[in-house]
Write a protein that binds this ligand. Structure first.
Ligand code: SF4
Length: 262
């Protein structure tokens, strides 16, 4: 698959801008595979600060002695515990489900044996745990096996479609190829993390995006089409679909091309 140079450049620019805002993500060291997964679940829906506090309290056994106690805790208990740290209460149920899956399958709460498995086998085992959403698997394999696939979730699709990097209905595998061709392997984790952060803080999945103060607006198709004025009762992708086809957008593009050729 051939990826245009301009697209690769745009993705690199987006990555650098996001890194300048959200920092160069460093993976926490010394965590077990299970802990990496639990921390991922916590930080996916909640702010990093809240996720860190809740994770620390889990590990230090402030409320639950060990992960097994978390596994058998009631959803209500977990919800109340997470609310103390202003974390998304629904993360508790997801963590409990993951721990139950692991325990039922391996009769222990330990996934360290995966590090010794070839990557394809580790992937197959992780895919057999229903609690793990599809995009979490490349994430953890990038940590444990230096896997080279990008985690592709709904947030990544949505933001890159709004930015005009991909058409809205791009397949996951195609998007992964585009990202692999545009970014380095050691950008997998920081790119995903900053997309998740951008989705939580600025380019919201639901509710109004904060386009006028978004650092990506200069590179953004949606912003270019709307100037940050969100049309009521239309999703961002509907706006892109409709306005990209409009003759005035095409005329603008031609005008811009002529200006840049001068
Ligand atoms: S300008 Fe708006 S749509 Fe574009 S990336 Fe930023 S928040 Fe998202």
């Amino acid at each position: 698959m051939r990826i245009e140079k301009a697209k690769k450049t745009k993705i690199k620019q987006i990555f650098n801008l996001l890194a300048s805002k959200y920092g160069h993500y460093a993976q926490p060291e010394g965590q077990s595979i299970l802990e990496h997964l639990i921390y991922y679940i916590l930080s996916y829906d909640s702010s990093i600060t809240c996720a860190k506090k809740a994770f620390k309290a889990f590990v230090q056994g402030e409320e639950f002695v060990d992960w097994n106690e978390v596994r058998v805790a009631s959803n209500r208990n977990l919800k109340e515990f997470l609310q103390e740290f202003r974390c998304q209460p629904s993360s508790g149920e997801k963590i409990k489900k993951l721990l139950s899956n692991v325990f039922e399958k391996f009769h222990k709460l330990d996934l360290e044996f995966l590090r010794q498995k070839p990557i394809e086998e580790a992937k197959k085992i992780l895919s057999s745990l229903p609690a793990l959403e599809k995009h979490i698997i490349p994430w953890i394999l990038a940590i444990t096996h230096q896997g080279n696939q990008f985690p592709i979730d709904q947030k990544t699709h949505l933001i890159l479609a709004r930015l005009g990097v991909i058409p809205p209905k791009t397949e996951d595998t195609e998007l992964d190829q585009i990202l692999q061709a545009s970014l380095d392997k050691d950008h997998i984790l920081p790119f995903h993390r900053s997309i998740v952060e951008h989705s939580k803080k600025t380019c919201l999945e639901q509710g109004e995006m904060k386009c006028k103060r978004c650092l990506l607006r200069k590179h953004c198709l949606y912003f270019h089409l709307t100037e940050g004025e969100h049309p009521p009762q239309q999703t961002s992708l509907e706006v892109i679909e409709q306005r990209s086809k409009s003759p005035s957008h095409s005329k603008n593009k031609i005008k811009k091309r002529k200006v840049s050729q001068k």
